[in-house]
Design a protein around this ligand. Sequence first.
Ligand code: TRP
Ligand code: SF4
Length: 405
Amino acid sequence: MNDQLPAAGRVVSGMRPSGALHLGHYHGVLKNWLQLQQQTECLFFAADWHALTTHYENPGQIAQLTFEMVIDWLAVGIDPNQATIFVQSQVPEHAELHLLLSMITPLSWLERVPTYKDQQEKLKERDLATYGFLGYPVLQSADILIYHGTRVPVGEDQVAHVELTREIARRFNHLFGRETNLEQRIEEALQRLDPKTVRRYRELRQRYQEQGDGEALTAARGLVEAQSVLAPDERHRLLGYLEGGARQILVEPQALLTSAPRLPGMDGQKMSKSYGNTIALREPLDQVAQKLRTMPTDPARVRRIDPGEPARCPVWGLHQVYSDETMQNWVQTGCRTAGIGCLDCKKPLIEAITAELAPIQARAREFTEDRARVNTILAEGAERAREQAGATITEVRQAMGLRAS
Ligand code: TRP
Ligand code: SF4
Protein backbone atom coordinates (compact mmCIF):
# COMPACT_ATOMS: atom_id res chain seq x y z
CA MET A 1 0.00 0.00 0.00
CA ASN A 2 3.03 2.22 0.15
CA ASP A 3 4.93 3.20 -2.95
CA GLN A 4 8.23 4.14 -1.53
CA LEU A 5 8.93 1.87 1.37
CA PRO A 6 11.84 3.27 3.30
CA ALA A 7 14.65 0.85 3.88
CA ALA A 8 15.83 2.89 6.80
CA GLY A 9 15.41 6.28 8.33
CA ARG A 10 13.41 7.79 11.09
CA VAL A 11 9.71 8.28 10.61
CA VAL A 12 7.95 11.16 12.37
CA SER A 13 4.25 11.86 12.09
CA GLY A 14 1.62 13.71 14.03
CA MET A 15 -2.15 13.72 14.00
CA ARG A 16 -4.40 16.42 15.33
CA PRO A 17 -6.95 15.25 17.89
CA SER A 18 -10.22 16.08 16.19
CA GLY A 19 -12.69 13.38 17.20
CA ALA A 20 -13.28 9.66 16.94
CA LEU A 21 -11.11 8.07 14.26
CA HIS A 22 -12.95 6.32 11.46
CA LEU A 23 -12.34 3.79 8.70
CA GLY A 24 -10.96 6.54 6.47
CA HIS A 25 -8.16 7.16 9.00
CA TYR A 26 -7.62 3.44 9.35
CA HIS A 27 -7.17 2.72 5.64
CA GLY A 28 -5.57 6.03 4.76
CA VAL A 29 -3.12 6.56 7.62
CA LEU A 30 -3.03 4.01 10.40
CA LYS A 31 -2.43 0.91 8.28
CA ASN A 32 0.54 2.71 6.83
CA TRP A 33 1.83 3.51 10.33
CA LEU A 34 1.41 -0.15 11.26
CA GLN A 35 3.64 -1.14 8.37
CA LEU A 36 6.20 1.53 9.11
CA GLN A 37 6.54 0.69 12.78
CA GLN A 38 7.67 -2.80 11.79
CA GLN A 39 10.21 -1.53 9.31
CA THR A 40 11.94 1.35 10.98
CA GLU A 41 12.15 3.69 13.94
CA CYS A 42 8.90 5.62 14.29
CA LEU A 43 7.66 8.49 16.41
CA PHE A 44 3.91 9.09 16.40
CA PHE A 45 2.40 11.91 18.38
CA ALA A 46 -0.88 13.66 19.06
CA ALA A 47 -0.50 17.24 17.85
CA ASP A 48 -2.54 18.93 20.58
CA TRP A 49 -0.83 22.30 20.17
CA HIS A 50 -1.75 22.20 16.51
CA ALA A 51 -5.38 21.62 17.51
CA LEU A 52 -5.15 24.74 19.63
CA THR A 53 -4.10 26.90 16.66
CA THR A 54 -7.61 26.56 15.22
CA HIS A 55 -9.67 25.73 18.32
CA TYR A 56 -8.21 28.12 20.87
CA GLU A 57 -11.63 29.50 21.71
CA ASN A 58 -13.01 26.25 23.05
CA PRO A 59 -10.08 24.13 24.15
CA GLY A 60 -12.15 22.22 26.70
CA GLN A 61 -12.13 18.98 24.73
CA ILE A 62 -8.57 18.78 23.51
CA ALA A 63 -7.19 16.63 26.35
CA GLN A 64 -10.11 14.21 26.13
CA LEU A 65 -9.94 13.97 22.33
CA THR A 66 -6.22 13.38 22.54
CA PHE A 67 -6.65 10.54 24.98
CA GLU A 68 -9.38 8.89 22.91
CA MET A 69 -7.34 9.24 19.73
CA VAL A 70 -4.42 7.48 21.36
CA ILE A 71 -6.77 4.66 22.40
CA ASP A 72 -7.82 4.34 18.75
CA TRP A 73 -4.15 4.10 17.74
CA LEU A 74 -3.45 1.43 20.32
CA ALA A 75 -6.61 -0.44 19.40
CA VAL A 76 -5.59 -0.80 15.75
CA GLY A 77 -2.18 -2.06 16.82
CA ILE A 78 0.16 0.91 17.03
CA ASP A 79 2.57 -0.65 19.44
CA PRO A 80 4.48 1.26 22.13
CA ASN A 81 7.18 -1.41 21.99
CA GLN A 82 7.81 -0.70 18.34
CA ALA A 83 7.04 3.00 18.05
CA THR A 84 7.40 5.98 20.36
CA ILE A 85 3.90 7.26 21.08
CA PHE A 86 3.44 10.58 22.84
CA VAL A 87 1.59 13.85 23.13
CA GLN A 88 3.23 16.91 21.60
CA SER A 89 2.63 19.25 24.54
CA GLN A 90 4.41 16.81 26.86
CA VAL A 91 7.63 17.47 24.99
CA PRO A 92 8.19 21.21 25.50
CA GLU A 93 11.39 21.06 23.42
CA HIS A 94 9.15 21.26 20.34
CA ALA A 95 8.07 24.71 21.52
CA GLU A 96 11.60 25.91 22.06
CA LEU A 97 12.66 24.78 18.61
CA HIS A 98 9.54 26.41 17.16
CA LEU A 99 10.56 29.69 18.77
CA LEU A 100 14.14 29.46 17.55
CA LEU A 101 13.11 28.52 14.01
CA SER A 102 10.65 31.41 13.95
CA MET A 103 13.64 33.75 14.16
CA ILE A 104 14.89 32.67 10.74
CA THR A 105 11.65 31.91 8.90
CA PRO A 106 10.72 34.64 6.43
CA LEU A 107 7.11 35.78 6.70
CA SER A 108 6.70 35.42 2.95
CA TRP A 109 7.42 31.69 3.16
CA LEU A 110 4.52 31.28 5.58
CA GLU A 111 2.09 33.48 3.71
CA ARG A 112 2.52 31.43 0.56
CA VAL A 113 1.87 28.02 2.21
CA PRO A 114 -1.39 26.94 0.49
CA THR A 115 -3.08 25.67 3.66
CA TYR A 116 -2.78 29.11 5.25
CA LYS A 117 -5.30 30.79 2.95
CA ASP A 118 -7.32 27.61 2.31
CA GLN A 119 -8.03 26.98 5.97
CA GLN A 120 -8.86 30.61 6.63
CA GLU A 121 -11.44 30.40 3.84
CA LYS A 122 -12.77 27.07 4.99
CA LEU A 123 -13.05 27.95 8.67
CA LYS A 124 -14.58 31.37 8.07
CA GLU A 125 -16.46 31.32 11.35
CA ARG A 126 -13.16 31.28 13.27
CA ASP A 127 -10.72 34.14 13.52
CA LEU A 128 -7.54 32.62 12.18
CA ALA A 129 -5.69 35.86 11.70
CA THR A 130 -3.43 34.90 14.58
CA TYR A 131 0.29 34.62 15.06
CA GLY A 132 -0.09 31.00 16.14
CA PHE A 133 -2.02 29.99 13.05
CA LEU A 134 0.45 31.62 10.69
CA GLY A 135 3.18 29.73 12.51
CA TYR A 136 1.39 26.38 12.23
CA PRO A 137 3.86 24.99 9.68
CA VAL A 138 6.85 26.25 11.67
CA LEU A 139 5.61 24.27 14.65
CA GLN A 140 5.20 21.28 12.36
CA SER A 141 8.76 21.80 11.11
CA ALA A 142 9.99 21.82 14.69
CA ASP A 143 8.07 18.57 15.34
CA ILE A 144 9.98 16.88 12.55
CA LEU A 145 13.40 18.51 12.78
CA ILE A 146 13.74 17.99 16.51
CA TYR A 147 14.00 14.22 15.89
CA HIS A 148 16.07 14.47 12.72
CA GLY A 149 13.10 12.78 11.07
CA THR A 150 13.87 11.67 7.54
CA ARG A 151 10.45 10.40 6.43
CA VAL A 152 7.14 12.04 7.12
CA PRO A 153 4.04 10.07 6.18
CA VAL A 154 1.41 12.68 5.35
CA GLY A 155 -1.56 13.26 3.12
CA GLU A 156 -1.39 15.27 -0.07
CA ASP A 157 -2.49 18.46 1.72
CA GLN A 158 0.53 18.35 4.02
CA VAL A 159 3.26 18.00 1.41
CA ALA A 160 3.78 21.76 1.30
CA HIS A 161 4.48 21.71 5.04
CA VAL A 162 7.18 19.10 4.62
CA GLU A 163 8.64 21.14 1.77
CA LEU A 164 8.75 24.18 4.05
CA THR A 165 10.44 22.06 6.70
CA ARG A 166 13.18 21.25 4.21
CA GLU A 167 13.65 24.91 3.38
CA ILE A 168 13.85 25.89 7.02
CA ALA A 169 16.40 23.14 7.72
CA ARG A 170 18.49 24.23 4.76
CA ARG A 171 18.41 27.85 5.84
CA PHE A 172 19.28 26.93 9.41
CA ASN A 173 22.26 24.83 8.32
CA HIS A 174 23.40 27.55 5.98
CA LEU A 175 23.21 30.22 8.67
CA PHE A 176 24.50 28.29 11.66
CA GLY A 177 26.32 25.29 10.26
CA ARG A 178 29.41 27.18 9.12
CA GLU A 179 32.54 26.55 11.03
CA THR A 180 35.86 28.32 10.74
CA ASN A 181 38.03 25.32 11.39
CA LEU A 182 35.82 22.87 9.57
CA GLU A 183 38.59 20.96 7.75
CA GLN A 184 40.40 20.32 10.97
CA ARG A 185 37.27 19.12 12.74
CA ILE A 186 36.48 16.81 9.85
CA GLU A 187 39.94 15.28 10.15
CA GLU A 188 39.44 14.84 13.88
CA ALA A 189 36.17 13.04 13.35
CA LEU A 190 37.65 10.84 10.63
CA GLN A 191 40.50 9.83 12.88
CA ARG A 192 38.03 8.03 15.06
CA LEU A 193 37.05 5.70 12.23
CA ASP A 194 38.96 2.80 10.81
CA PRO A 195 41.16 3.59 7.79
CA LYS A 196 39.10 1.53 5.39
CA THR A 197 35.96 3.48 6.27
CA VAL A 198 37.82 6.77 5.90
CA ARG A 199 39.07 5.78 2.45
CA ARG A 200 35.56 4.85 1.41
CA TYR A 201 34.14 8.11 2.80
CA ARG A 202 36.64 10.22 0.84
CA GLU A 203 36.11 8.20 -2.30
CA LEU A 204 32.31 8.50 -2.16
CA ARG A 205 32.44 12.20 -1.32
CA GLN A 206 34.72 12.84 -4.27
CA ARG A 207 32.47 10.85 -6.58
CA TYR A 208 29.50 12.91 -5.47
CA GLN A 209 31.23 16.27 -5.58
CA GLU A 210 32.95 15.72 -8.93
CA GLN A 211 30.33 13.72 -10.78
CA GLY A 212 27.15 14.55 -8.88
CA ASP A 213 26.68 10.83 -8.33
CA GLY A 214 23.56 10.62 -6.14
CA GLU A 215 24.12 6.96 -5.36
CA ALA A 216 27.53 7.76 -3.98
CA LEU A 217 25.93 10.38 -1.73
CA THR A 218 23.35 7.90 -0.46
CA ALA A 219 26.03 5.29 0.15
CA ALA A 220 28.22 7.81 1.96
CA ARG A 221 25.34 8.88 4.17
CA GLY A 222 24.63 5.27 5.05
CA LEU A 223 28.29 4.77 5.84
CA VAL A 224 28.37 7.75 8.20
CA GLU A 225 25.09 6.81 9.88
CA ALA A 226 26.48 3.36 10.63
CA GLN A 227 29.49 4.68 12.57
CA SER A 228 28.30 4.36 16.14
CA VAL A 229 31.59 5.66 17.60
CA LEU A 230 30.79 9.15 16.32
CA ALA A 231 29.22 11.74 18.57
CA PRO A 232 26.09 13.34 17.05
CA ASP A 233 27.82 16.59 16.14
CA GLU A 234 30.67 14.70 14.48
CA ARG A 235 28.20 12.67 12.49
CA HIS A 236 26.33 15.76 11.35
CA ARG A 237 29.57 17.46 10.40
CA LEU A 238 30.62 14.49 8.28
CA LEU A 239 27.16 14.38 6.68
CA GLY A 240 27.19 18.08 5.90
CA TYR A 241 30.73 17.91 4.52
CA LEU A 242 29.60 15.41 1.89
CA GLU A 243 27.60 18.07 0.14
CA GLY A 244 29.54 21.20 0.87
CA GLY A 245 30.97 23.08 3.77
CA ALA A 246 28.12 23.63 6.18
CA ARG A 247 27.59 21.20 8.99
CA GLN A 248 24.24 19.50 8.73
CA ILE A 249 22.69 20.28 12.09
CA LEU A 250 19.09 19.78 11.02
CA VAL A 251 18.24 16.99 8.61
CA GLU A 252 15.99 17.61 5.60
CA PRO A 253 13.05 15.21 5.72
CA GLN A 254 11.05 13.76 2.87
CA ALA A 255 7.29 13.38 2.59
CA LEU A 256 6.08 9.82 2.34
CA LEU A 257 2.85 9.68 0.40
CA THR A 258 0.66 6.63 0.63
CA SER A 259 -1.10 5.17 -2.35
CA ALA A 260 -3.94 3.80 -0.23
CA PRO A 261 -7.22 3.80 -2.14
CA ARG A 262 -9.49 6.57 -1.02
CA LEU A 263 -12.26 5.15 1.12
CA PRO A 264 -15.71 6.40 0.18
CA GLY A 265 -18.01 7.53 2.94
CA MET A 266 -21.65 6.51 3.23
CA ASP A 267 -22.61 9.12 0.62
CA GLY A 268 -19.84 8.31 -1.87
CA GLN A 269 -17.74 11.38 -1.09
CA LYS A 270 -14.41 10.89 0.62
CA MET A 271 -14.99 9.59 4.15
CA SER A 272 -14.53 12.56 6.42
CA LYS A 273 -15.95 13.83 9.67
CA SER A 274 -16.89 17.15 8.11
CA TYR A 275 -19.20 15.38 5.66
CA GLY A 276 -20.86 13.36 8.42
CA ASN A 277 -20.47 10.20 6.33
CA THR A 278 -18.12 8.13 8.44
CA ILE A 279 -18.01 4.78 10.16
CA ALA A 280 -16.14 5.31 13.40
CA LEU A 281 -13.74 2.62 14.56
CA ARG A 282 -15.66 2.32 17.79
CA GLU A 283 -19.16 2.60 16.38
CA PRO A 284 -21.51 -0.15 17.66
CA LEU A 285 -21.49 -2.96 15.12
CA ASP A 286 -25.28 -3.13 14.69
CA GLN A 287 -25.22 0.56 13.85
CA VAL A 288 -22.41 -0.07 11.36
CA ALA A 289 -24.47 -2.78 9.68
CA GLN A 290 -27.48 -0.49 9.62
CA LYS A 291 -25.50 2.34 8.01
CA LEU A 292 -24.27 0.00 5.32
CA ARG A 293 -27.73 -1.44 4.69
CA THR A 294 -29.18 2.03 4.17
CA MET A 295 -26.22 3.35 2.20
CA PRO A 296 -27.36 4.80 -1.15
CA THR A 297 -26.61 2.80 -4.29
CA ASP A 298 -26.71 3.52 -8.01
CA PRO A 299 -29.62 5.99 -8.20
CA ALA A 300 -30.69 4.47 -11.52
CA ARG A 301 -31.33 1.15 -9.85
CA VAL A 302 -34.76 1.87 -8.49
CA ARG A 303 -36.25 -1.62 -8.56
CA ARG A 304 -34.60 -4.95 -7.95
CA ILE A 305 -35.04 -5.86 -11.62
CA ASP A 306 -33.30 -2.71 -12.89
CA PRO A 307 -29.69 -3.36 -13.88
CA GLY A 308 -27.14 -1.09 -12.20
CA GLU A 309 -23.69 0.31 -12.83
CA PRO A 310 -21.05 -0.10 -10.09
CA ALA A 311 -19.13 2.95 -11.34
CA ARG A 312 -22.07 5.09 -10.23
CA CYS A 313 -22.43 3.38 -6.85
CA PRO A 314 -20.57 4.28 -3.64
CA VAL A 315 -20.93 0.68 -2.43
CA TRP A 316 -18.63 -0.38 -5.24
CA GLY A 317 -15.94 1.91 -3.81
CA LEU A 318 -16.04 -0.14 -0.63
CA HIS A 319 -15.78 -3.40 -2.56
CA GLN A 320 -12.64 -2.06 -4.17
CA VAL A 321 -11.04 -1.79 -0.76
CA TYR A 322 -12.50 -4.86 0.93
CA SER A 323 -13.15 -7.51 -1.70
CA ASP A 324 -10.93 -9.83 -3.70
CA GLU A 325 -11.12 -10.16 -7.43
CA THR A 326 -13.63 -13.00 -7.45
CA MET A 327 -16.01 -11.03 -5.28
CA GLN A 328 -15.49 -7.91 -7.36
CA ASN A 329 -16.36 -9.83 -10.53
CA TRP A 330 -19.45 -11.20 -8.85
CA VAL A 331 -20.52 -7.64 -8.00
CA GLN A 332 -19.85 -6.24 -11.46
CA THR A 333 -21.70 -8.98 -13.29
CA GLY A 334 -24.49 -9.34 -10.77
CA CYS A 335 -25.13 -5.61 -10.69
CA ARG A 336 -25.11 -5.08 -14.44
CA THR A 337 -27.41 -8.02 -15.09
CA ALA A 338 -29.63 -7.39 -12.09
CA GLY A 339 -28.60 -10.87 -11.02
CA ILE A 340 -28.05 -9.69 -7.46
CA GLY A 341 -29.90 -7.21 -5.32
CA CYS A 342 -28.19 -4.35 -3.55
CA LEU A 343 -28.63 -6.02 -0.17
CA ASP A 344 -26.94 -9.17 -1.52
CA CYS A 345 -24.15 -6.95 -2.74
CA LYS A 346 -23.75 -5.28 0.65
CA LYS A 347 -23.84 -8.45 2.70
CA PRO A 348 -20.18 -9.46 2.21
CA LEU A 349 -19.14 -5.87 2.97
CA ILE A 350 -21.11 -5.83 6.18
CA GLU A 351 -19.36 -9.06 7.12
CA ALA A 352 -15.90 -7.82 6.18
CA ILE A 353 -16.23 -4.48 7.93
CA THR A 354 -17.73 -5.80 11.13
CA ALA A 355 -15.07 -8.55 11.20
CA GLU A 356 -12.40 -5.89 10.82
CA LEU A 357 -13.84 -3.71 13.56
CA ALA A 358 -14.67 -6.37 16.15
CA PRO A 359 -11.08 -7.04 17.35
CA ILE A 360 -10.25 -3.33 17.21
CA GLN A 361 -13.22 -2.59 19.45
CA ALA A 362 -12.29 -5.37 21.84
CA ARG A 363 -8.80 -3.90 22.25
CA ALA A 364 -10.20 -0.39 22.59
CA ARG A 365 -12.38 -1.63 25.46
CA GLU A 366 -9.33 -3.00 27.24
CA PHE A 367 -7.68 0.40 27.07
CA THR A 368 -10.75 2.40 28.05
CA GLU A 369 -11.03 0.20 31.12
CA ASP A 370 -7.38 0.74 31.98
CA ARG A 371 -6.68 4.42 31.57
CA ALA A 372 -3.64 4.15 33.81
CA ARG A 373 -2.00 1.91 31.23
CA VAL A 374 -2.58 4.47 28.48
CA ASN A 375 -1.14 7.20 30.66
CA THR A 376 1.94 5.09 31.36
CA ILE A 377 2.44 4.47 27.64
CA LEU A 378 2.22 8.19 26.99
CA ALA A 379 4.53 9.09 29.87
CA GLU A 380 7.15 6.62 28.71
CA GLY A 381 6.80 7.78 25.14
CA ALA A 382 7.26 11.41 26.14
CA GLU A 383 10.31 10.51 28.18
CA ARG A 384 11.94 8.72 25.26
CA ALA A 385 11.03 11.54 22.91
CA ARG A 386 12.44 14.14 25.29
CA GLU A 387 15.81 12.42 25.37
CA GLN A 388 16.16 12.72 21.62
CA ALA A 389 14.61 16.17 21.46
CA GLY A 390 16.90 17.41 24.23
CA ALA A 391 20.01 16.36 22.33
CA THR A 392 18.90 18.30 19.26
CA ILE A 393 17.97 21.37 21.27
CA THR A 394 21.40 21.45 22.89
CA GLU A 395 23.05 21.41 19.48
CA VAL A 396 20.68 24.05 18.15
CA ARG A 397 21.27 26.37 21.10
CA GLN A 398 25.01 26.05 20.64
CA ALA A 399 24.80 26.64 16.92
CA MET A 400 22.71 29.78 17.46
CA GLY A 401 25.19 31.16 19.92
CA LEU A 402 23.11 30.62 23.02
CA ARG A 403 24.66 29.30 26.14
CA ALA A 404 24.34 25.55 26.19
CA SER A 405 22.87 24.27 29.41
N1 TRP B 1 -0.43 19.19 10.37
C1 TRP B 1 -0.64 17.77 10.39
C2 TRP B 1 -2.07 17.48 9.95
O1 TRP B 1 -2.92 18.32 10.04
C3 TRP B 1 -0.38 17.19 11.76
C4 TRP B 1 1.05 17.32 12.17
C5 TRP B 1 1.53 18.13 13.13
C6 TRP B 1 2.14 16.61 11.62
N2 TRP B 1 2.89 17.97 13.24
C7 TRP B 1 3.29 17.05 12.33
C8 TRP B 1 2.26 15.65 10.62
C9 TRP B 1 4.56 16.57 12.03
C10 TRP B 1 3.54 15.18 10.31
C11 TRP B 1 4.66 15.63 11.02
O2 TRP B 1 -2.34 16.38 9.54
FE1 SF4 C 1 -24.29 -0.76 -6.00
FE2 SF4 C 1 -23.99 -3.36 -5.57
FE3 SF4 C 1 -26.45 -2.29 -5.89
FE4 SF4 C 1 -24.80 -2.48 -7.95
S1 SF4 C 1 -25.68 -4.17 -6.81
S2 SF4 C 1 -26.02 -0.70 -7.37
S3 SF4 C 1 -22.82 -2.11 -6.98
S4 SF4 C 1 -25.01 -1.90 -4.24
